[in-house]
Design a binder for this molecule. Structure first.
Ligand SMILES: [Zn+2]
Length: 274
């Protein structure tokens, strides 16, 4: 009985792979998509930028969304921050599974959630998106840079007319392996990163006078994003924005403070919050 079920599973998976290659419409006709969270087959999906949202309306609404007006500015280096969700269940579990359990298949769902964040005030069409870099050793060990996957998946959720240019993968380099940020406090994180990130050779030409959108999965203290943004500004970028999937509780506290400070920063959004 179990063997038969297992074989059916394998046949279904193989068929699904073939259909997936044949085209999305055919695949969804044979295997209508289910909600990723609760497994139901919704009669109507919630409206989502770029179509398929992966979650039914109740599961989508129940996510730990952040109030939209919060934290348009992260620091003097980052002119606008998109950060739609709190790092809380079920989002936190999806991020960890994508990153540590190599469940790259979660990237389209996470990209859809990021696209929802940029839908109302999308980055300028000329903006260069780039993932926060991993050190090559960690990249090798993990097999992929989850931020690069998220950047590509986020872009896929735009309509053809509005789609930003493909993310530029190698603008920044992590030249020094740093201890896992997750284990350090805010002060240690800043020290830990000093000099760890540089521009890739030739990147100055690409970023000169441009707006760069840094893409990452989780914002904790903002130390990594700030270091990347400082390097980009020093290399000639005109403006740096950031898009993260979610923020930790610690970051949410910092962001509440920066909201109040935003108006006095030289690089703050001209005219205030979007
Ligand atoms: Zn659901």
């Amino acid at each position: 009985m179990h063997a038969a079920t297992g074989n059916h599973g394998k046949i279904a998976a193989a068929l699904q792979a073939v259909l997936s290659r044949a085209g999305g419409a055919l695949q969804s006709a044979v295997f209508p998509p289910r909600c990723h969270q609760c497994g139901t087959l919704p009669r109507q999906w919630p409206a989502a930028p770029g179509g398929y949202p992966h979650l039914c309306a109740p599961c989508h609404a129940a996510l730990p969304w952040r109030p939209p007006a919060h934290a348009p500015v992260l620091s003097a280096h980052i002119a606008r921050l998109y950060a739609p969700l709190e790092y809380a269940p079920p989002v936190a579990g999806w991020v960890r599974a994508c990153k540590y359990a190599r469940r790259e298949a979660l990237a389209p769902l996470l990209g859809a959630l990021m696209a929802a964040a940029t839908h109302d005030a999308p980055p300028d069409a000329e903006t260069l998106a780039t993932p926060v870099p991993l050190h090559w050793r960690r990249h090798l060990w993990r097999g992929f840079n989850q931020s690069a996957l998220l950047a590509e998946s986020w872009r896929a959720h735009f309509t053809a007319a509005e789609r930003p240019a493909p993310p530029v993968r190698h603008l920044l380099r992590r030249v020094r392996a740093t201890p896992r940020q997750a284990r350090l406090d805010a002060e240690a994180r800043r020290g830990n990163l000093r000099g760890a990130i540089t521009l890739a050779p030739g990147a100055e030409e690409t970023i000169a006078g441009r707006t760069v959108l840094l893409v990452d999965d989780v914002l904790t203290t903002g130390a990594t994003l700030n270091e990347c943004a400082a390097v980009l500004h020093a290399g000639g970028a005109a403006r740096v924005e950031a898009l993260v999937l979610c923020v930790t509780e610690q970051a949410a506290i910092t962001l509440a403070v920066t909201d109040q400070q935003a108006t006095v920063w030289a690089h703050a959004e001209p005219g205030g919050s979007p």
